[in-house]
Ligand binder design. Structure first.
Ligand code: SAM
Ligand code: GLN
Length: 282
């Protein structure tokens, strides 16, 4: 089969179905099916390809299925993670949260990192945040939790894939099953979309589990519970790092003050939206 013909037919199918960036999506599909980078697609002229899989993947995408569920795979920073239906698909803005956590671990390391440095990730999903941090800092111990058994199973498989020994998993509704232990850092990207916004979400997002997205009337019900309880699970001088939704910065500021925590900063994402809150105890 000629690569140029395949690219052309996929691009045309996406374009006819009003899929955004039809050519880019055709390239993404071929790079996955050929197991090569997008640049490498253009290096060969003829290839062997499972044409049924090619057609079926195009159809699934047109029907609104995200690539991550079609390929059962997702990229997060330098990680290639397994993903399946029923598990939230990591977003690029969450990489900012990981960077902020890394800065804090590095700062602690440059002074004197206690040998029992620990981190809790609430609502780990496929494990993207927890695995990134456990992999980059083998000397810290990471506890990753979720209320979804499918998510926990997927996250465990991903941790196994990277052969990580410093991460453990726990089924828990927020702090419910967390041992009475104090952490140096708590991170979370909880569900934060206001309930009334759910029906306006794009089809691809609506294919993700509602329980990973819906954050109650104003979207901050999980954020609020986490902020109110964090103090019991944080060491003195420990940090709480949260991903937040659009216009939720002012809402959470009040709760942070009530919880007697200190807001250090809110980092904006690539679109200029306040996205990651860094909060300190003591
Ligand atoms: N941490 C991943 C990330 O950043 O890409 C997934 C974030 S996803 C937006 C929210 C996650 O929180 C989902 O995996 C969902 O199952 C989990 N979750 C929802 N309610 C929860 C609860 N009450 N306790 C713990 N986890 C919860
Ligand atoms: N950023 C996600 C979205 O816009 C929502 C993530 C969340 O609720 N934590 O679809």
């Amino acid at each position: 089969m000629i690569i140029a013909d395949l690219l052309h037919s996929a691009t045309k199918a996406f374009s006819n179905a009003n899929i955004e960036n039809p050519q880019r999506n055709a390239e993404i599909l071929l790079s996955y099916l050929l197991d090569c980078s997008i640049g490498e697609i253009y290096l060969s002229e003829e290839i062997e390809l499972d044409i049924e899989k090619f057609k079926c993947s195009i159809q699934q995408k047109i029907e609104g299925e995200p690539w991550a569920y079609i390929f059962n795979s997702v990229q997060f920073r330098d990680l290639e993670l397994k993903i399946k239906k029923g598990v939230f698909i990591p977003r690029p803005e969450t990489e900012l949260l990981v960077e902020e956590a890394e800065r804090i671990v590095l700062a602690a390391q440059s002074t004197s990192l206690p040998n029992n440095f620990s981190l809790l990730d609430i609502g780990t999903g496929c494990g993207n945040i927890a695995i990134s941090l456990a992999k980059n800092f083998p000397f810290i111990s990471v506890l990753a939790t979720d209320i979804s058994k499918t998510a926990l199973k997927t996250a465990k498989l991903n941790a196994l894939r990277y052969n990580l020994k410093n991460i453990s998993f726990l089924y828990s509704d927020l702090f419910k099953n967390i041992p009475r232990q104090k952490f140096d850092i708590i991170v979370s990207n909880p569900p934060y979309i206001p309930s009334s916004d759910l029906k306006t979400l794009p089809e691809e997002v609506r294919r993700e589990p509602r329980s990973a997205l819906e954050g109650g009337e104003k979207g901050i019900s999980f954020l609020s519970k986490i902020i109110k309880n964090a103090s019991h699970f944080l060491k003195e001088g420990g940090y709480l790092i949260l991903e937040i939704g659009i216009s939720q910065d002012n809402l959470i500021k009040k709760i942070i003050v009530q919880a007697k925590l200190e807001l250090i900063k809110i980092v904006k994402d690539y679109q200029g939206i306040p996205r990651v809150a860094i909060i300190k105890k003591g």
